[in-house]
Design a protein around this ligand. Structure first.
Ligand code: NAD
Length: 487
């Protein structure tokens, strides 16, 4: 089935979603379509008062529905109905997502949207299976670790996988018995609004999911600093993560989960399957045009096989055909904004004037929209901006090593530790080096997430605090109370 659509033909749900309805608001931030650069809408910015209205709505809904106290299986069933509706409306959601974001429509129905529905079901299953614990004490006492929902969770999501990031936040928070006030990125709000409408349609009590639109400074700060937001769950840049920590420290202490940036290495040893490694490395840096937190942006390859691997990667990069996100056949994404495309270009230009060489790419693609060619940069060292900074584009840096020690030293990033890839046929080495790598996720002889949602994701170092996905994400949405009863 072709999913191609006319980008001017879509009716866009625009406004804040509070309770059970869309609250119209005046647009403030100009939105441009990444695929053709056209200004097409203005995103409203929720004031602190409006955020407060959303938080009070969430509190009231929690109380009226007793969401955190009903039979857990009822929560589970409601979340399953929501996942069903997401699947039934996947084509509409895919179009809304593809219009404003960098995600090609052809990748969305079975990809991001199907996976989001699956993850909501995954979290739903914890509702009636994961609970409080009786703990060993002496015979004179009964000890318990009792868990309960936080109340209203404040969630903030980025633009790079809008619907999926919303599912990562909403799924566990709701399954664990909380309500949510969520701010999507001001660049990509539509699919998240529609997700909330579908939740109400599925019978999740109105007011448990509220979507407020806006930027970080006004709306984001109002969420993270609100006294009735009991926990913050954020995904975005390390810069914004630090600003959020600062705001929370200033306005009142509360727990937070921060999923932040990365600059992940892919280490290829001479004994690896070169074609397989080349395919994984290329896919990881060209998928969503490298605009993924776990993009494998630093290729670290054993010197003896560098020419063969480079050749295979260049061949694969050369076959990539860009196209607008609303064309079903498109495989390669635009960059999210002109500003971001310019930033990528500036880093490349600075690297080249410092002696680096682009083995392929290193330029924008001449076509409408903000497309940038897949780029492989050599002639850089460990301190080059191209190696240190999260570029968030299709830029792969190349470094070579001789021996495990040098490989590990190059792999270690001064501030990021989100993910790492290791390609080798030596099992002992794979396990040895997995233990050494300082990253929250290690992929061996593959790169990228599978549909095993039980594996949590989260960063070491400045790549974050806490985990999304897995049992950990459910548990992070409940607080625990230690109880000791004298018998
Ligand atoms: P961003 O940090 O600019 O924005 C993310 C969200 O935070 C947006 O909704 C934005 O409006 C909001 N925001 C910005 N400043 C804020 C503040 N001071 N207070 C509250 N909210 C604020 O990031 P982005 O450009 O949208 O997304 C790309 C970044 O997200 C990359 O760094 C990427 O690595 C990271 N990311 C991480 C993960 C992960 O799981 N670790 C997943 C996806 C993206």
């Amino acid at each position: 089935m072709s999913l191609s659509f006319d980008p001017d033909s879509l009716a866009l749900p625009m406004g804040h979603f509070i309770g059970d309805r869309l609250v119209a608001a005046e647009g403030v931030i100009a939105m441009h379509r990444p695929s053709d650069g056209k200004a097409y809408a203005d995103c409203p910015v929720a004031s602190a008062d409006l955020v407060d209205q959303a938080v009070q709505t969430a509190k009231k809904a929690l109380k009226d529905s007793n969401w955190g106290g009903i039979r857990p299986r009822e929560r589970l069933k409601a979340l399953h109905r929501w996942a069903d509706l997401i699947e039934q409306n996947a084509v509409e959601l895919a179009k809304l997502e593809a219009l404003s974001s960098t995600r090609p429509v052809g990748h969305l129905v079975d990809g991001d949207i199907g996976i989001s529905a699956e993850q909501i079901r995954f979290f739903a299953e914890f509702a009636d299976k994961e609970g409080s614990d009786l703990v060993p004490t002496d015979d004179g006492n009964l000890g318990m670790i009792m868990t309960e929902p936080y109340g209203v969770v404040g969630a903030i999501t980025p633009w790079n996988f809008p619907i999926n990031m919303a599912a990562w936040k909403l799924g566990p928070a709701l399954a664990a018995g909380n309500a949510v006030v969520l701010k999507p990125s001001e660049m990509t709000p539509f699919s998240t609004i529609r997700l909330a409408e579908l939740a109400v349609q599925a019978g999740i009590p109105a007011g448990l999911i509220n979507i407020v639109l806006g930027d970080g400074m006004t709306t984001g700060n109002a969420i993270t600093g609100h006294p009735d937001i009991a926990k913050v769950s954020f995904t975005g840049s390390t810069r914004a993560g630090s600003a959020i920590m600062e705001n929370i420290a200033r306005t009142g202490v509360k727990p937070m989960t921060l999923e932040l940036g990365g600059k992940s290495p892919q280490i290829v040893f001479a004994d690896a399957d070169i074609e397989k490694a080349a395919a994984a490395v290329t896919a990881s840096i060209t998928s969503n045009a490298g605009q993924a937190c776990v993009a494998g942006s630093r290729l670290i390859v054993e010197k003896s096989i560098a020419p063969a691997l480079i050749d295979a990667i260049r061949r694969k990069m050369a076959t990539i055909v860009p196209g607008p996100t609303w064309d079903s056949a498109s495989q390669y994404s635009p960059i999210i904004s002109e500003k971001q495309r310019q930033r990528i270009d500036d880093i490349i230009a600075a690297s080249v004037s410092a002696g680096a060489e682009c083995l392929t790419g290193g330029r924008s693609i001449e076509m409408p929209g903000y497309f940038y060619a897949p780029t492989l940069v050599a002639g850089i060292d460990q301190n080059s901006p191209a190696v240190v900074e999260e570029i968030f584009g299709p830029v792969l840096t190349l470094q070579t090593f001789e021996g495990e020690e040098e490989a590990m030293s190059l792999a270690d990033h001064p501030s990021y530790g989100l993910a790492a890839g290791l390609f080798t046929s030596d099992l002992s080495r794979a396990i040895r080096l997995t233990r050494q790598l300082q990253a929250g996720t290690i992929w061996v002889n593959r790169y990228g997430r599978s549909r095993d949602h039980i594996l949590p994701t989260g960063g070491y170092k400045q790549s974050g605090i806490g985990k999304d996905l897995g049992r950990e994400a459910f548990q992070a949405n409940r607080k625990s109370k230690s109880v000791l009863i004298s018998l």
